[in-house]
Each structure stands twice: as C-alpha cells, then as structure tokens.
Design a protein around this ligand. Structure first.
Ligand code: CAA
Length: 260
C-alpha cells in the first residue's frame, strides 16, 4: 500500500509508519489524516504486525501540528468536524490492540504532540521539543490535547503548556511524565526497535488486554475500572496462551505463544 503523506514498512512483526511531509515539518493536513486512517485500519487487521513505531521524516520534526494553512480556512462548523475526525482517529490509535510507540525526534507541537500522547509509549531523542502552541493562534488544542495532557502530566504542568504555548525540551518532558524515555539522537530507532522486539515477543491477547484496560479504564470510576480488569483477567484465563505461559513457567522453559 502506498500513501501520499506516509511511509509504511513492516519487518519482523514491527510496522514503521513515518509521517512524510518534511518540507512542512510533517504538519498534519487533511491528506495525512486520510492516510493515517487508512494505514491504521490496515495495521489493525494485519495479525502479522504486533507493534507499530510512529516517526517523522526529515530529522527536524515528529510533527509540527495541524497544517496551519488549512486551519486558516476552517470555520466554526468545519472546525468542530475536523477536531472530531482527528479525535476519532487518535482514539483508534490509542486503543489499537497492538502498541504504537511514538519515536520523537525534533518538534512535536500542537497536533503532533497530541498524536504522540495518543500512542502507548513515547520515546524522545535529546533534541525533541514539545509544546501546545495553539493559544498563539487564538485556539485551544483540538485533537485531544486539553484532555490527554493533564491526564499525563497533571493539571498545573498541562495548563502551563496550554496557557503559555511555550516549548519544553526533552529532559523537561521526561521530568513531567510527557515522555517515557529520552535517548541520544543516534540511538532513538535502535532503542525503539529493542522495545518493539521485546513487546512483539509477548502474548498478543494479553498485550491487547493491557492496552484496553488502561485505555478504557483510566477514566472510569475505580469500581467500574476494576470490573473491566476482572473481565479481561477472566477472558485471558480461558486462553491457550495462559495455559502455555503458566505451564512453561513450571517446566522452566520459554513459552510458545499461539495468540489464542
Ligand atoms: N502547518 C503548516 N506548515 C508548517 C507548520 C504547520 N503546523 N509548521 C511548520 N510549517 C512549515 C513552515 O511554514 C515552513 O514552510 P516554508 O518553508 O514553505 O515557509 C516549513 O514548515 C519550515 O518551518 P519554519 O521555517 O517555520 O522552521 P523553523 O525551524 O524556523 O521553526 C517551528 C520551526 C518553531 C516548529 C515553526 O515552524 C512553528 O512554529 N510551526 C508552527 C507550530 C504550531 O503552531 N503548531 C500548532 C498548529 S495548530 C494545531 O496543531 C491545532 C490542533 O491542536 C489540532
């Protein structure tokens, strides 16, 4: 499958999706939203893919936000429609049964930071920079930023970014919990591949259940969230992989997962 604004490759159970509009710092335009919808629908169906890496082409940006030239033409009605469309796409990415790992080198701003926040994990290079500069355009984030940012970093740190529009560097992003690891630029994809390989070797139904329990449970009242967890635990207890995993432990050998 080829895309106008993305590159998609698959190698040994790990897919790499590269946002590919480097001349516009990989800004998310309508064509890229369309391509991301298609690519993630394909990846959801592809049982050979266990982990997805999401990166930006060009070495300067993961993504510098929604495309401002397009935003300039958006009015009240089309703006709400656009936000809803991107939010649905990002939620599908967040709940995809296989983890998406954002590999952030350079700018992750506005919609780019929001896309990274919808991923299961965020790895950043030392030169990554983050921000929600929408306020400087007379806007608020529309692709989930006002909601995912405080959930990740807390209310104060989120409002500081949302109200000032100021950028933070990778070490500050790590300190406040916006990213999970910071590595040297030249090690970013190596570390991402290592992490992807380790998760790709885990039983897929349990991986999917962990993503779903966290992704759906985090915002439920605790008792409802615990019921969701108990249901997932029960479902997994009925799988061949659970039988294999517990047996392999007792027989002191590595487990052979079948994904059932
Ligand atoms: N949309 C469209 N084009 C963009 C863009 C964006 N978000 N960000 C950068 N570009 C383009 C620039 O216009 C420029 O194009 P030309 O070469 O044709 O002039 C090219 O990418 C390179 O950018 P700069 O020359 O500006 O590069 P720089 O190194 O001087 O600055 C930057 C880099 C600080 C990231 C700066 O480009 C910038 O501030 N970009 C905008 C960031 C932003 O405001 N993002 C939020 C968008 S709104 C949003 O995302 C809403 C939402 O929640 C959905």
């Amino acid at each position: 499958m080829t895309y106008e604004t993305l590159r998609l490759t698959v190698e040994e159970r790990v897919a790499t999706v590269t946002l590919n509009r480097p001349k516009a710092l990989n800004a998310l335009n309508a064509a890229m939203l369309h391509d991301l919808e298609g690519a993630f629908a394909t990846l959801a169906e592809d049982s050979a893919v266990r982990v997805v890496l999401l990166c930006g082409a060009g070495g300067k940006a993961f993504a510098a936000g929604a495309d401002i030239a397009e935003l300039a033409e958006v009015d009240a009605i089309s703006g709400e429609r656009l936000a809803g469309r991107a939010q649905r796409l990002f939620r599908r990415i967040e709940l995809l049964a296989k983890p998406v790992i954002a590999c952030i080198d350079g700018f992750a701003l506005g919609g780019g930071c929001e896309l990274a926040m919808a991923c299961a994990l965020r790895l950043a290079s030392e030169r990554a920079r983050f921000g929600q500069p929408e306020i400087k355009l007379g806007l608020v984030p529309g692709y989930g930023g006002t909601q995912r940012l405080p959930r990740l970093v807390g209310r104060g740190a989120a409002l500081k970014m949302l109200l000032t529009g100021a950028m933070i560097d990778a070490s500050e992003a790590l300190r406040i919990g916006l990213v999970d690891e910071v590595v040297a630029v030249e090690k970013l994809m190596e570390r991402a591949a290592e992490l992807a390989k380790s998760i790709a070797g885990m039983p897929p139904l349990a991986v999917a259940a962990a993503i779903e329990a966290v992704g759906r449970g985090a915002d439920l009242p605790l008792d409802e969230a615990l019921a969701l967890e108990a249901a997932a635990f029960g479902r997994l207890c009925g799988t061949e992989d659970k039988r294999e995993g517990t047996r392999a432990f007792m027989e002191k050998r590595s487990a052979q997962w079948v994904g059932r």
